[in-house]
Design a protein around this ligand. Structure first.
Ligand code: GLY
Length: 362
């Protein structure tokens, strides 16, 4: 991506120079006013380059900032960040090592969005390729489409030289097997058991948990350019072909180069019904601080959760969704429906975790 947009950055710089006087006097923060539109102030509030991510993105944000510092395009930088997690067999919610669908097959979803050019693309239900974020970027760069799914996404990836491999690690397979064997006392799959045991196969504890973990990563450089990526293996043990919010622009990720970026992790079905990343960016455009915009998205989801099976005894959502937002001034925030969540930040020093705001305390 690095070589594709140099003229755009130059044009922004020249236009800003014309607005503010001699180019030598221009600081990166002054450029923000050119790209940020009416609702954003002239000065950056935070340090740049800056990257934020879901809590599993400490390394990703460090890598993203390192890339932006040496001049990588913001989209290349955040994708390189999440590739670390996609390649990590120990993160069972993203890429290689992700928990599989109900048939034991890993299916991955991702989307990317590049603020300077307002281009974006996604892939969904992609099998056998451990870096769906790179395939999504390829869809952006080398097709006229915005979303390619399933077999078509795999064929597109193959055509572009992506290597196929089995993404199911033994650890993920064993978790899936425990879930499958305990799912019902009426089917033919039996967990290990003693000779005298009856009612074999009741889900307890960890097997009941079906993670919707994901990584979202957003990055802003010192030219006020912003991009984002979201990538996931989706809901554990899902129906094959199930697609969550992560590959859907406006849901799992949205970026507006003049305003900021937002992304999510958590129950994708809830977010798909509210397109909350788009909502958050629009709230920031109207003047909300990132945390307030994320809380507004949480409130929207809580209001929209009508079905009894999805609510607790007090009528609150019985699931969690987490949002992350970064505006073009470098301000960031995060919020979740339920307390106890954090997000990762790197603005030049060590990556750190910051507490997210929340609607409901556990
Ligand atoms: N947010 C990830 C998913 O629901 O698939």
């Amino acid at each position: 991506m690095k070589d594709v947009f140099p003229s755009l950055s130059r044009r922004l710089f020249i236009k800003a120079a014309a607005l503010f006087g001699a180019s030598a006097a221009i600081t990166p923060s002054e450029l923000f006013s050119e790209t940020a539109g009416q609702s954003m102030s002239r000065r950056t509030q935070g340090r740049v380059p800056v990257s934020i991510a879901s809590a599993n993105g400490l390394e990703a944000t460090r890598r993203a900032v390192e890339g932006m510092r040496r001049g990588d395009d913001t989209l290349d930088a955040v994708i390189a960040g999440v590739n670390i997690v996609e390649n990590d067999p120990d993160d069972d919610t993203v890429g290689y090592g992700g928990l599989p669908n109900e048939d034991g097959v890993v299916e991955l979803d991702s989307c990317v969005m590049h603020g300077p050019t307002m281009r974006g693309a996604g892939v969904a239900a992609l099998r056998n390729i451990k870096n769906p974020s790179l395939v999504a970027q390829k869809v952006l760069e080398r097709s006229d489409h915005v979303l390619i799914v399933g077999e078509g996404a795999l064929r597109f990836a193959r055509a572009h030289g992506f290597r196929e491999e089995n993404l199911l690690t033994d650890a993920a397979r064993e978790k899936w097997l425990r879930w499958k064997e305990r799912l019902s006392t009426k089917d033919d799959w039996l967990p290990e058991h003693g000779m005298e045991e009856r009612d074999i196969g009741v889900l307890t504890g960890a097997e009941v948990q079906r993670p919707t973990g994901t990584i979202n990563c957003l990055g802003l450089n010192d030219r006020a350019e912003i991009s984002g990526v979201t990538t996931t293996s989706g809901l554990a043990y899902k129906i094959p072909g199930r697609v969550g919010d992560s590959p859907i622009l406006g849901a799992g990720l949205y970026v507006d180069g003049k305003v900021g970026a937002a992304g999510s992790t958590g129950r994708g079905e809830a977010n798909l019904l509210s397109l909350a990343s788009f909502l958050i960016v629009e709230r920031m455009r109207a003047g909300d601080a990132p945390t307030d915009a994320c809380l507004a998205a949480c409130r929207r989801i809580a209001e929209q959760t009508k079905m009894k099976r999805l609510r607790d005894k007090e009528g609150r959502p019985a699931f969690n969704v987490n949002f992350y937002a970064l505006n073009v001034r470098g301000e960031h925030g995060g919020a979740s429906l339920w307390s106890g969540k954090q997000y990762a930040v790197n603005d030049g020093e060590e990556s750190r975790l910051v507490d997210s705001a929340y609607l409901f305390a556990r």
